[in-house]
Ligand binder design. Structure first.
Ligand code: TMP
Length: 213
């Protein structure tokens, strides 16, 4: 029985990814799947250092390419130090954000200045190769509500939460496009509901797509 799944959570700000990642990890552990819960950017000590560079400071601190390179540097360290070793040990890895966030934020969030799909895909191929998540849950909700929730929650508002609503609308569109392109890997879940309703949907997707597959 396969036990080493790589599951990623994606979506805009304030969609509840961290909460849902924790709930899924608890469910899988109870079912006998040892899990590693991690996040990007971050999840290894080097990648956490890079995280500080990108989430703090002025909105205009980095251009999209510099930022994407930092994200991919953090990703590489996280994969090498945390994700791949855990999968090799037979653990399931649940990751709060992964490369679809680079596609959405650095690829399309900045609209005219974004890198676009082909460039982000090239960087992915160089840094990550053919490795991909087994399943990606995209938490979708109206932009205004998500951003308001994120601003309310965070004492230290991060760089991305300070970006305008147009930026966040581009993100939402980009995540929905990603699901259309890769429906075999991605599932969009309506995140504008109670925590329990969202979690029940996610668990049923994981059961049908991974555990009973
Ligand atoms: P978090 O808010 O989910 O903790 O993530 C930190 C921020 O990093 C979030 O606002 C989105 C951003 N981000 C990118 O811009 N590109 C990426 O590739 C990743 C993983 C995150």
């Amino acid at each position: 029985m396969k036990s080493n799944f790589f599951i990623t959570f994606e979506g805009g700000e304030g969609a509840g990814k961290s909460t849902q990642a924790k709930l899924l990890s608890a469910f899988l552990e109870k079912e006998g799947y040892p899990c590693v819960l991690t996040r990007e950017p971050g999840g290894s000590s080097g990648a956490e250092e890079i995280r500080n560079l990108v989430v703090k400071g002025d909105v205009a601190k980095w251009d999209a390419m510099t930022e994407a390179l930092l994200m991919f540097a953090a990703r590489r360290d996280h994969l090498v130090k945390t994700v791949w070793p855990a999968l090799k040990e037979g653990k399931t890895v649940i990751c709060d954000r992964f490369a679809d966030s680079t596609m959405a934020y650095q690829g399309f969030g900045y609209a005219d200045n974004g890198l676009g799909q082909a460039t982000v895909e090239r960087l992915y191929q160089i840094v990550v190769g053919d490795f991909k998540p087994d399943l990606t849950i995209i938490l979708d909700m109206p932009v205004e509500a998500g951003v308001a929730r994120a601003l309310q929650r965070d004492a230290n508002v991060n760089r991305y939460e300070k970006m305008g609503l147009d930026f966040h609308r581009n993100l939402r569109k980009a995540f929905l496009e990603i699901e259309k392109k890769e429906p075999g890997r991605c599932v969009v879940v309506n995140a504008d509901r109670t925590i329990e309703e969202i979690s029940a949907d996610i668990i049923s997707v994981v059961q049908s797509r991974l555990l009973k597959a």
